[in-house]
Design a protein around this ligand. Structure first.
Ligand SMILES: C[S@@+](CC[C@H](N)C(=O)[O-])C[C@H]1O[C@@H](n2cnc3c(N)ncnc32)[C@H](O)[C@@H]1O
Length: 224
């Protein structure tokens, strides 16, 4: 295990508990987190540049705002797939897609991103925002390995995530403390985003460094 990964806080809650918590939160998620996080998601979508006719996977799509944006970008000749562990999120996102009249080009599934239910080389691009940092440290490389597996040879990956930097701010230290003592409320924690992608064999092309309430957030664009 690399030096970096040793320094990331571990995730102590179970997946079942994560699923239950997101099921409960799904009705309110856009109110609680949606507005503050959306601008970072938009930066990630911007660097992904989903194009007409592409097949794209959104991992941990939540209430489906990014699914809608992706479906609009790929158009009628493209297809967007989504995977989320929470049935509550699945239901909210499915309603949103249906209301937007995009159901013909979207396939949303309930499942765990540690094992993607898709064939090798199936996608032109994989997108994921504020989800990779929910996986326990040993699982992050497994999820990224799955992303590589389902991407085509020229495939692109964009991850938007809370990021850990070598120099730690007070905000990060406080957040990590909250994650340790209240793992169900502060459920994510900063991770080494760019380093994790490079270690998983991706070629990192671009990294946008941003801040949310003093916490670093990175949008990283990589190729297989
Ligand atoms: C913090 S929310 C982010 C939602 C959305 N991507 C956004 O940026 O607004 C994390 C999402 O990941 C989902 N999730 C958590 N663990 C997961 C797993 N193991 N596999 C798939 N999805 C998961 C949650 O249900 C939730 O919808």
């Amino acid at each position: 295990m690399s030096q970096n990964r040793n320094q990331i806080s571990r995730v102590t809650r179970s997946k079942e508990s994560a699923k239950t918590s997101y099921d409960r939160m799904s009705q309110w998620y856009d109110l609680i987190a949606g507005s503050s996080e959306w601008k970072f998601v938009e930066v990630g979508l911007g660097i992904l540049e989903a194009a007409n006719g592409e097949k794209i996977l959104d991992i941990g799509h939540g209430t489906g705002k990014s699914i809608l944006a992706l479906a609009q970008s790929v158009g009628k000749s493209g297809y967007v797939y989504g995977l989320d562990i929470s049935e509550g999120m699945h239901s909210i996102a499915s309603d949103r897609v249906e209301k937007a009249g995009l159901s013909n080009n979207v396939d949303l599934r309930v499942g765990d991103a540690a094992k993607l239910p898709f064939e090798d080389g199936f996608f032109d691009a994989v997108f994921s925002s504020f989800t990779l940092e929910l996986f326990d440290t040993p699982e992050i490389p497994l999820v990224l390995e799955e992303c590589r597996r389902v991407l085509s040879s020229e495939g692109r990956l964009v991850i938007v995530s809370m990021a850990k930097k070598s120099r730690q701010s007070i905000a990060v230290k406080m957040y990590e403390w909250a994650h340790e003592v209240m793992p169900n409320y502060a459920d994510c924690r900063p991770i080494y985003v760019t380093e994790s992608l490079a270690e998983a064999g991706f070629q990192v092309i671009e990294q946008k460094e941003m801040q949310m309430w003093g916490l670093p957030v990175d949008a990283v664009f990589a190729k297989k």
